[in-house]
Design a protein around this ligand. Structure first.
Ligand SMILES: [Zn+2]
Length: 390
């Protein structure tokens, strides 16, 4: 058994209201003891007989970020599309086809190396758990290999074969829906099933059929909802008991109330709102309605090419109307909830010792110092890590 004590922590974020102050469960001058990758004590006392000690004077320790929405298996980039938006072009679902072409023609090694590079970035910004979607293959073999590669990096894999209708099925979209239901879902080893239910993507009826087929196969549903246009996608998420509905940018007050009255997590994606120049304090509405809220990066080459959860915290505060406390909570415990996980997102007895250690005395600097990486070290299961591993 090996033990480590994180001592003299200026600000400890536990996310436990029983342990500390407020929704973030704050404790000053705390010590956290880890044994074999698990938190075994949270106190103000320095324990005797630990194997090693990490002095956290003037630093902040918080649960590692849980990024519950990414699209990391792809090749190529779409910098030109981003530049066009800066000149007034609108974001549409159509740009995804560019990435599909690049991904299909890339080797496994290229896709794996690209994912590893992005995951190392995410880790350097304090992310310790990540969800990864397929969705740039859009055929049997490329969706399968996308999930296979994602599985090398995380257990939180999501089949998003229903990302857009691939070009070869434009004349007959329902034939692609059949392919997903008959061939792609039955072969898939993904944990989650997702659909981009929106204008230019999949209809409510198509989405219901695809998600239901995934559920019948043992997958749990999540959904891209109301990003570009308002549909009944939140109602579908509630109907199918989805763990999370994501994006939600075009939601009405009725949609927000319906979601808040359910157990579905509202996952907001500040990087996408930033990158597509969406306006409005979207987060405030969900928070005020009492919804369970998560934030995630939506890391993808089209609409949100960031791996940084601290950046998303800053964007949630400035664009989406979160308080700093709400954004930090949504990026840690909120993300854990959006993945149905109770072992992460908190620092409490029995949780995994996944931490982000900040070089600053407060978590406020996550939003106050935008674009600056204040994560001095990321710990997975109590061990300092710099290369992402599952
Ligand atoms: Zn997405």
């Amino acid at each position: 058994m090996t033990s480590t004590a994180f001592t003299n922590i200026q600000t400890l974020v536990t996310n436990s209201e029983e342990l500390g102050e407020g929704a973030l469960g704050l404790i000053t001058g705390a010590t956290v003891v880890v044994e074999d990758g698990t938190v075994v004590a949270v106190s103000r006392n320095t324990p005797n007989g630990v194997d090693s000690e990490v002095d956290c004077s003037e630093k902040t320790l918080l649960p590692g970020f849980v990024d519950s929405h990414t699209h990391l298996i792809f090749a190529g980039d779409r910098a030109d599309e981003f530049a066009a938006r800066s000149k007034g072009a609108q974001y549409t679902a159509g740009g995804i086809a560019t990435t599909v072409n690049a991904t299909r023609s890339a080797s496994n090694e290229t896709l794996r190396a690209n994912a590893q590079r992005l995951l190392n970035e995410a880790l350097s910004f304090g992310t310790t758990t990540i969800e990864i979607k397929s969705g740039y293959g859009l055929n049997e073999s490329d969706e399968r290999r996308s999930i296979d590669i994602a599985s090398d990096f995380t257990d939180e894999t999501t089949l998003l074969a229903a990302h857009v209708i691939p070009v070869e099925f434009r004349e007959d979209p329902d034939a692609y829906v059949e392919l997903i239901i008959e061939k792609i879902i039955p072969q898939s080893t993904a944990k989650w099933i997702d659909v981009f239910c929106d204008q230019g993507a999949f209809s409510i009826d198509q989405s219901r059929r695809i998600l239901s087929a995934g559920i019948a196969q043992g997958m749990k549903p999540r959904i891209h909802a109301n990003q570009l246009q308002r549909t009944d996608s939140i109602q579908l998420a509630v109907e199918l008991d989805a763990i999370s509905a994501d994006h939600l940018s075009a939601s009405t007050d009725e949609d927000i109330a319906a979601l808040a009255a359910s157990s579905v997590v509202a996952t907001l994606l500040p990087g996408a709102e930033f990158s597509t120049q969406h306006e409005g304090k979207l987060g405030r509405k969900f928070l005020d309605a009492g919804a369970h809220v998560a934030i995630a990066t939506d890391c993808n080459p089209g609409s949100s090419f960031t791996t940084s959860m601290p950046f998303c915290i800053a964007a949630a505060v400035s664009l989406l109307g979160f308080t700093v406390e709400e954004a930090v909570h949504a990026a840690t415990l909120g993300g854990a909830r959006a993945l149905g996980r109770t072992d992460i997102g908190k620092i409490d007895i029995g949780t995994r010792a996944d931490f982000a250690l900040l070089s600053t005395p407060s978590y406020i600097h996550l939003a106050y110092r935008p674009g600056v990486n204040i994560v001095s070290q990321t710990y997975k299961s109590g061990t300092a890590v710099t290369q992402w591993q599952k």
